[in-house]
Design a protein around this ligand. Structure first.
Ligand code: SF4
Ligand code: SF4
Length: 117
């Protein structure tokens, strides 16, 4: 499906953020790159793909014009719209109940899985 994307007016489309992004290095699809996600956002699309960001901020560091295409703003927009993964909801409940995203842990116990969403 082709989408008529609105360009991000601040972006020169140099692609440096895309090549530096660890998520794009794995997925190799534009929608998973910082540049691609901002283009989706500019087109008014809200998608769970926005959660596919480690928040490492590497894209912010390498951008030659100081643009900030990392995922924090996109994620907060999703949360404000009530768009969350079930894993994310579980993580938030765990933080509220147990003070950590992994749920109840005995003293010294390590979580079996180190990802949370
Ligand atoms: S902050 Fe997110 S979008 Fe930016 S480089 Fe890191 S993983 Fe990629
Ligand atoms: S590094 Fe900056 S200017 Fe280059 S594509 Fe990414 S957001 Fe656009």
């Amino acid at each position: 499906m082709l989408i008529d994307l609105t360009e991000n007016p601040d972006c020169t489309e140099c692609g440096l953020c895309r090549e530096a992004c660890p998520v794009f290095q794995i997925q190799r699809q534009e929608e998973y790159s910082p540049r691609g996600r901002v283009m989706l956002d500019c087109a008014g699309l809200q998608t769970l793909v926005f959660y596919q960001c480690t928040l490492c901020r590497t894209c912010r560091i390498v951008c030659p014009i100081g643009h900030d295409p990392n995922g924090e703003t996109l994620r907060s927009e999703l949360i404000n719209a009530g768009i969350e993964t079930s894993a994310n909801q579980t993580m938030i409940i765990n933080i509220r109940l147990y003070g950590n995203p992994f749920g109840p842990l005995a003293d010294g116990e390590l979580p079996k899985v180190l990802t949370c969403c």
